[in-house]
Design a binder for this molecule. Structure first.
Ligand code: GRF
Length: 201
């Protein structure tokens, strides 16, 4: 199964996933990076790993529809069956999500549904939460929303700073995300009971 990773920035999750896939035998292959930011560090990381990159800046297109059309063309060319969002800073349209229904996964640095949005780590920290964490979930048409695959907890201790919390969150992300993708590839994720509940088999 061919996999595309969508990212806009640093790419630490990209690297963690690629590294895990190099070590582990799965039926998935990361073949494409889709990046909307020409300055993103993740582009160099993909180059170093020999992964094909499609740099598609939103500003090159007059509409979101055309932007996503270009993305879809790239996905079709690489015969992509699974999309992994790893710090991709754009909300995909309902039409795009429908096209890949049940085949788009996202990671968010909080325990959803708490602290959605761009600053999930900082918002939990500033709120004074005692615990926060990481959520891997299927993507639906809403932001940071959809059936949850895995969650992991991170405690916010008295002596934590925003930086130390970020480091703990990222460390957990790098373990949790490859694990969730593997579960998907092994066909172990089943929607059960209420429509939003994922059972791991
Ligand atoms: C991660 O914290 C992820 O949860 C969020 O964006 C960040 C991306 O970090 N969606 P990186 O680019 O993978 O280092």
């Amino acid at each position: 199964m061919n996999i595309a990773i969508f990212a806009s920035g640093q790419g630490s999750n990209f690297s963690a996933i690629v590294k895990t896939f190099e070590k582990t035998k799965t039926n998935g292959k990361i073949v494409l990076l889709v990046c909307d930011n020409p300055q993103a560090r993740v582009i160099r990381k993909a180059e170093r790993s020999g992964i094909k990159t499609a740099v598609i800046p939103r500003n090159d297109f007059s509409s979101k529809r055309d932007f996503e059309k270009k993305i879809t063309q790239n996905l079709n060319n690489s015969k992509i069956s699974l999309i992994i969002l790893a710090g991709f800073m754009r909300l995909l349209s309902p039409e795009f999500v429908k096209l890949y229904a049940g085949r788009i996964i996202n990671i968010h640095p909080s325990l959803l549904p708490a602290f959605k949005g761009e600053h999930g780590i900082q918002d939990a920290f500033d709120y004074g939460a005692k615990v926060t964490g990481v959520t891997v979930h299927f993507v639906d048409e809403k932001m940071d929303h959809g059936p949850i695959i895995l969650q992991g907890i991170v405690e916010i201790k008295e002596n934590d700073t925003l930086e130390s919390l970020e480091a703990k969150i990222h460390k957990l992300e790098h373990k949790l995300y490859p694990r969730a993708i593997k579960l998907f590839l092994e066909g172990k994720l089943k929607i059960s009971g209420r429509k939003t509940r994922i059972a791991i088999q």
